[in-house]
Design a protein around this ligand. Sequence first.
Ligand code: AMP
Length: 223
Amino acid sequence: MRILVLLGAPGAGKGTQAHVLARHLALPRVATGDLFRAAARDGTPLGIAAQAYMERGELVPDEITIGMLLERLEAPDAGRGVILDGFPRNRPQADALDRALADRGAAVDAALLVDVPADELLRRLTGRWLCSAAGHTYHETAYPPRVPGVCDIDGSALVQRDDDRPEVVQARLDKQLGALADVVEHYRAAGLLRTVDGRRPIAAVTSDLLDAIEPIPYWRSHP
Ligand code: AMP
């Protein structure tokens, strides 16, 4: 079983890269956020329990998260391996994953960090504006509207979501970056961390990630 862990702060582009790598490597992408959202949509007890935390932007407790993730790893499509996106999010989750994999005679093959400095993350996360009529999305620098403050599609005024305001985003980032640093350190100490510069264009980051896993024998022989 081959396990790649993709790490990155909110706004680093980790999710985008997880999708692309999954296609390149023909492995399923397993994202705990998606699993929680699906469970919430289905109204399962796990989904209902998780929803309150997600709405507050807090981590779902480890007892719930770890159990759900390990169950997902038992599914037939995960037999050859997975790309983990959004897990582990803290040290206890990383330790639990190591233990569970060791029980199966497996281990994390590499942890890939899509690295973006905090000031750039803040710029990316706070630059989002939505049109008030239909929610069409824009970004101040990455995807600006033709006329500032006005939706290209329906001409309505652009507004910023409350949780995209700089002070709210900064608070959320501060909380999450601390836990991410612990996880990064865990994999650095194990000699599994590979860091790529997440400020480069999407395709360049993908190429750097593929280069980073190339020296691992399995990935070289099973591209
Ligand atoms: P994401 O889609 O990765 O941004 O996750 C959305 C939400 O799901 C997070 O804000 C958390 O509430 C929850 N979540 C996702 N992954 C985890 C995790 N590994 N541990 C705890 N909570 C998580």
